[in-house]
Design a protein around this ligand. Structure first.
Ligand SMILES: [Zn+2]
Ligand SMILES: [Zn+2]
Length: 273
């Protein structure tokens, strides 16, 4: 059984429930480790159609203090203070300042933006694209993942094939094209070289791609490279905490993993599942 969920959001961003409510859901499930990984403040110019920037900026310090309060209180569960930082290729100094602003247990890199475009929010954006345009975005996604890892700013790469969210059939066809798997392999090698772990996330099952992040072929490459893994629900509401973790456990175990990683300020450890 997976007893650690390192990827949960709260109502400090666009999620529905509070830090405490999310924690209580984790308790009901039986988590031994619950990591909060709220979205990061984002500079101007990187916008979503449904923007929560102002709300998050106004309330972010409250997120930090509420998680700290729980850390002090929780007895049967280790509570971790994390962050899901938007990877913004042209904003490395900004990101460096952000990850250093608090004493996080870990920072997850989420690649949601390609350039200034938040690529994971609108199916309509993707419907307008030709197959070739989609293929070049998939390439760009893995190219920027390699750059992200090279900064050594992060501990975990989130949902490592999020770019398939609205076009999973095209994405699978792209994986069959010469050179595609090589790009994926290069990106995941950079993740490994940076000492990072790769997240296996049930969120993809709730999204239009209807597939765990990452899909089976990318999971296989990660295994071949000897990558460490973490487990993630990417929950935005209490009923999503540790959601479908039985499926994630079977999926990872079938490739040979027996342990996932826990990142804390005190160090890294492995937990059997
Ligand atoms: Zn994310
Ligand atoms: Zn997330």
């Amino acid at each position: 059984m997976i007893r650690v969920d390192l990827h949960t959001h709260t109502n400090h961003s666009h999620a529905r429930d509070s830090v405490r409510q999310m924690f209580e859901a984790g308790q009901r499930y039986g988590l031994a480790v619950q990591g909060f990984s709220e979205h990061s403040p984002r500079p101007e110019g990187y916008d979503y159609p449904t923007e929560y920037r102002e709300h998050l900026a106004a309330t972010f310090e409250g997120y930090i203090s509420e998680v700290r309060e729980l850390q002090a209180e929780a007895e049967d569960c280790q509570v971790l203070l994390g962050l899901e930082a938007d990877w913004l290729e042209d904003e490395v100094p900004y990101l460096r300042g952000m990850v250093q602003a608090h004493d996080y247990d870990y920072v997850i890199a989420g690649i949601h933006f390609l350039g200034h475009w938040g690529m994971d929010s609108s199916a309509a954006d993707w419907e307008k694209l030709s197959t070739e345009e989609k293929y070049s975005l998939y390439e760009r996604y893995y190219g920027t993942m390699e750059k992200m890892a090279g900064t050594r700013l992060f501990q975990i790469v989130a949902h490592p094939d999020l770019v398939k969210i609205f076009s999973v059939d095209d994405f699978r066809a792209w994986l069959d094209m010469p050179g595609s798997l090589k790009l994926v392999r290069r990106a995941l090698s950079a993740v490994k070289d940076a000492g990072m772990a790769m997240e296996i996330s049930s969120a993809g099952l709730r999204k239009p791609c209807r597939e765990i992040y990452p899909g089976p072929r990318i999971l296989r490459i990660a295994r071949e490279l000897g990558l460490d893994i973490t487990f993630a629900s990417d929950s935005h509401a209490t009923e999503q905490v540790a959601w479908s973790f039985d499926k994630l456990a079977a999926y990872a175990a079938a490739e040979g993993w027996r342990e996932s990683m826990v990142f804390t300020r005190e160090g890294v450890r492995r937990m059997a599942f």
